[in-house]
Structure formats: C-alpha cells, structure tokens
Design a protein around this ligand. Sequence first.
Ligand code: FES
Length: 111
Amino acid sequence: MTRVTFISANGESQAFVDAQPGQCLLDVAQANGQPLEGTCEGQMACSTCHVIVDAADFAKLPPASESEEDMLDLAAGATRTSRLSCQIMLDETLDSLTVRIPAESHNMQGI
Ligand code: FES
C-alpha cells in the first residue's frame, strides 16, 4: 500500500489517501476529488494530469519516458520534479508519495 499525500496548489490543505499497488496516480487523485482533469485518460496527449512530485519521492520513481517529457514541456507551471500522474503506477516498493497540484491546473471545482 502506498500512502499518497496530495498538497493543494496554495499549500494550505493536504489529503492523505491509501492506494493499492497497481493503481495509477491519476485514478487515485480523481477518486479522491483532486482537481486533475486528465482529459486524455492516460494517452499522454493533454498534460492536464500534471503534478509536482516531492523532490525526495521523485528520485524513487522510474524515470519519465521521452513522450512524457515532451508533454511536460508543454505543461503550465512545470518544474524539475513534474510528472504526468497518469504515467505513475503505484507499486509495493513505494510506501509513500507526496505530490502537489500545480497552481496552473484547470480548476473547475473552485476548491
Ligand atoms: Fe492526459 Fe495524463 S491524462 S497526459
């Protein structure tokens, strides 16, 4: 099980979610009401699922593919530790993961 921490764009609120191995981070985020659109549903064609990974956790993840890097180049507010959440698969080697929702993400929910 992976304990995922979502930090809101303004850093003011945190949500803790226990996710099962094999779940994709985008699905976990959406199931918990995080404001990530994920418009293309994992096809690496939108970048609206962009999250900023905690620097220490970033090193624990498998590196991004070239296509993911290309999409991240287009993501608003991307940083050195940005990833597409639809490309992050949780597994049992990862006991915790902290990500921040980027301020520029489309937020239709007014949270
Ligand atoms: Fe579109 Fe991740 S859902 S790139």
